[in-house]
Design a protein around this ligand. Structure first.
Ligand code: 5GP
Ligand code: MG
Length: 176
């Protein structure tokens, strides 16, 4: 594995994104909805940099079922907050093809929020298959499969403090 972003670089990028979010919403109340599971570390760091009246909820979207290949998407919003007539900021780990966020936005919009915006830690170069502009992005990264800072490979590595790119020899069966 090779390091793509160090812990300090990640922190600086998240702080920068938090400032942009704070400037955009000013002191208006905000409802943040984290997309589980990859956003957990970002969510924890981001919300502590924001000082407007803040509600935090989560929903689960899972697509990577086998290794690094995208599978069918399932969304579980049973744990979601009530977002009706609220300004909602969806927080996800990575904008790859974009299908996950497009589906999640569609789901959340049915709940009639005042607005829905999106923030991601990472945007992968040259991968997007959807027409969606992300409002807040901490980092653009090359097209590599990354782990750490909440992101997993076969449910491992979410606890790494830095962001690492997997190399071919890392892409082995981890015994499922
Ligand atoms: P999309 O629907 O944009 O293709 O995929 C988004 C989801 O796929 C992300 O929320 C994340 O869970 C997963 N994903 C996409 N690229 C990567 C990657 O490089 N590493 C990891 N760990 N997950 C990824
Ligand atoms: Mg995800």
């Amino acid at each position: 594995m090779k390091t793509l972003l160090t812990e300090d670089e990640l922190q600086a990028g998240v702080d920068r994104m938090a400032s942009e979010i704070a400037a955009w919403y000013s002191h208006r109340p905000l409802t943040i909805v984290g997309v589980l599971t990859g956003s957990i570390v970002l969510l924890a760091d981001l919300i502590r940099q924001l000082d407007m009246p803040l509600r935090v909820g989560v929903l689960q979207a899972s697509s990577y079922r086998e290794g690094t290949t995208r599978g069918a998407l399932t969304i579980n919003s049973e744990m979601m907050l009530d977002v009706r007539e609220r300004d909602v900021l969806l927080v996800d780990d990575i904008f790859d093809t974009g299908h996950t966020l497009v589906e999640v936005i569609r789901e959340v919009e049915q709940l009639e929020p005042t607005s829905v915006r999106t923030a991601v830690l990472l945007r992968k170069a040259g991968r997007q298959e959807v027409d969606l502009d992300i409002d807040f992005i901490a980092f653009d990264i090359p097209n590599e499969f990354v782990v750490g800072y909440g992101l997993d490979y076969e449910d491992q590595y979410r606890n790494l403090r830095h962001l690492a790119a997997l190399e071919p020899e890392d892409l082995t069966e981890t015994g499922s």
